[in-house]
Design a protein around this ligand. Structure first.
Ligand code: SF4
Length: 626
């Protein structure tokens, strides 16, 4: 197969060794690269009974198959491991240039097992790989680590690093790269911290051979041009290039999709005004800060030069400001952007962080916790300063409430009790992101049935049929009616297709935001064929997605998933809101939709892959030891 190296770097931290391993074509034909490849290594390396912080938990940094082709968005790479929040297979993807550099160093992935005796960082410089002492970096935040490694090794290295929250086992700790992109969900940073691996620095100078470079160039030009034109035709405040995902406020508010006050409200005009894209751009002085080759350019660089919340860095994305701002009813854009910046430095996923803070605020409102528990902070809704201060305490894993919140709100609710389980907006140990189930029932189905990373908006994305107007016409998802948001008809089928689609795109290494501006499954198939010579059609593409999804399901069963887990969804989403566009809507019928989803997938009524499915996908050997 072309477009890949057939080679990964194996790092055993317990032995302190680094060596290359050859990987056969069939593995790539089945699971592509990136997170698919990571799932394969987890299957091969981490037996039943492996716990998230065990040395045997295999942490893979996988370059996307298409990393390096110079197409807009082809820079996604991902980490996979058993998650310390959901205790199942999980993947979390980022962009920037870490995957590009890993590929240029001659590796399709870096596969890390074991646990070091002392803090280390890994330096990969083309074919040379060495572990170095990181004792002097332990205790530093993730951005300080990146600076220190650049100073020691040179600016040409791309760095993936962790901060204090990841060292200290916060279960939603992330991994950052380039101070702008994050493997955010499911605690991949905490796994890295448990291995005492503070950072990886990678640099490469090698060029992989493509199947048809001329065709690839032609596709790149045509696709990049089309995406840029489509974005420029949108009104100013909906242009991703100008305001990044802050454009979502304008789209989501009329649908009742925003998370407000720990998902108790569906309307908050003051917040919608504060977090409107135009105000965001003005308050934060936002400028485009794109990834290499990207014409969509969602990332932005913000700068606040006055007042208590000064910073220069990555502007918060929709998920971040929605969970940290809307969900806590905080409308001070500068304060919340600053809190997000702190979370990024300490290595915390801002989705989970926003949910746990909102959960604590509701506990405070209801008298379940008091100022004695909150270090004197007045945790009332809308207290921007308290959100900033609590972020610091959770990030540094201070004792008491902050430590407990670092375990996630489901665990914290079990510990504190007093009814607080009822407002813990999480399932399977992971907090729910900024897409309101009442606004489109398919989001509920996505969360309950997702296998790629437990309940995760980004591993299904089916909400974007309405909120992002993404379609998969080649797989039969064309135009939809608005009212279908509250219908289960077609939802299981659409959900299955979106799960497979997300797995393919995260494994191929393509940034999903290109789809907001018209990147299609045909584009992806043509690109994979030109790069790798796969000769696939659209059905082959789907089959690859099915294989990755099936492998993840097998892994989850291996690590203890039970059918009942899919049906334990947050109580909050079954409580209707009285106002706004989703007033009175709750996803009644969800249980049957989950069972329908199992059927459509070719799973049995217990949610397990059937022998017929395994045979059709040629995956019998993968299910042998579950
Ligand atoms: S859309 Fe955003 S995250 Fe995706 S490649 Fe472009 S700048 Fe990076």
């Amino acid at each position: 197969m072309k477009g890949i190296w057939n080679k990964v770097l194996r790092v055993d931290l317990s032995k302190g060794t680094c060596k290359a391993e050859k990987i056969p074509d069939k593995v790539y034909e089945y699971f592509l690269g990136g997170e698919g490849l990571g799932a394969y290594f987890m299957w091969r390396e981490s037996p039943r009974g492996t716990l998230p912080f065990d040395p045997a938990n295999c942490l893979t940094f996988g370059a996307g198959t298409l990393n390096g082709i110079q197409q807009s968005g082809a820079d996604k790479w991902g980490t996979t491991a058993i998650s310390p929040s959901i205790y199942m297979n999980a993947g979390s993807a980022a962009t920037a240039s870490f995957g590009l550099e890993m590929k240029a160093a001659g590796y399709d992935a870096i596969v890390v097992t074991g646990r070091s005796e002392k803090p280390v960082y890994l330096v990969v410089d083309d074919d040379k790989a060495v572990l170095k002492d990181a004792s002097h970096l332990w205790g530093k935040d993730a951005y300080e680590v990146e600076d220190a490694i650049h100073a020691a090794e040179g600016d040409k290295f791309e760095v993936a690093s962790i901060g204090q929250a990841a060292e200290r086992g916060v279960r939603f700790a992330n991994i950052q790269t380039r101070k702008k992109s994050y493997c955010g969900r499911s605690g991949m940073g905490a796994v890295m911290g448990s291995k005492l691996l503070k950072a990886i620095a990678v640099r490469g100078t090698q060029e992989v051979k493509y199947h048809d470079s001329k065709e690839l160039d032609k596709l790149n030009k045509e696709i990049n041009r089309r995406l840029a034109i489509m974005d420029s035709q949108k009104p100013e405040w909906l242009q991703i290039k100008r305001v990044g995902t802050a454009m979502a406020t304008e789209l989501f508010a009329p649908q009742g999709n925003l998370p407000i006050s720990n998902y108790r409200l569906a309307d908050w005009p003051e917040g919608v005004k504060a977090w409107h894209a135009s105000n965001y751009a003005k308050e934060l002085n936002a400028k485009p800060w794109p990834c290499k080759y990207c014409v969509i350019q969602c990332h932005n660089l913000c700068e606040v030069t006055e007042g208590p919340y000064q910073f220069k860095g990555k502007g918060p994305e929709y998920e971040s400001f929605a969970m940290m701002g809307f969900n806590t009813m905080c409308a001070d854009v500068k304060a919340i952007a600053y809190a997000c910046e702190l979370a990024d430095k300490y290595s915390m996923d801002t989705i989970s962080l926003g949910v746990v803070i909102a959960w604590a605020m509701e506990c405070y409102e209801k008298g379940v916790i008091t100022k004695k528990d909150t270090y004197g902070l007045d945790l009332k809704w809308g207290n921007n300063e308290a959100v900033v201060e609590l972020t610091k305490k959770i990030g540094l894993r201070e004792g008491g409430l902050a430590y407990l919140l670092g375990e996630g709100c489901q665990y914290a609710a079990q510990r504190i009790g007093k009814g607080s389980e009822d407002w813990a907006v999480a399932m399977k140990g992971q907090e729910i992101a900024a897409h309101n189930w009442r606004a489109q029932y398919i989001s509920a189905l996505n969360y309950c049935t997702g296998v790629a990373s437990g309940p995760n908006h980004e591993r299904g994305n089916s909400q974007h049929i309405w909120v992002g107007h993404i379609r998969l016409p080649e797989w039969g998802i064309g135009e939809v009616e608005n009212d279908e948001r509250w219908s289960w008809k077609n939802a299981p089928d659409r959900n299955a297709k979106f799960h497979d689609y997300c797995n393919i795109i995260n494994s191929a290494g393509h940034c999903k935001f290109q789809e907001f501006r018209g990147y299609t499954l045909t584009d992806l198939t043509n690109t994979l064929n030109a790069a790798c010579g796969l000769g696939w059609n659209l059905d082959d593409l789907r089959k690859c997605g099915e294989r990755i999804t099936t492998l993840q399901k097998i892994l989850n069963i291996r690590y203890g998933w039970k059918k009942e887990d899919d049906f334990k969804y947050p109580k909050r989403f079954m409580e209707p809101v009285s106002e706004g566009p989703a007033a009175g809507k709750v996803p009644v019928g969800l249980d049957q939709a989950i069972l329908d989803y199992y059927k459509i997938r070719g799973w049995d009524s217990e949610g397990r892959p059937t022998p017929a499915l395994l045979e059709r996908l040629g995956m019998e050997e993968y299910a042998e030891n579950i």
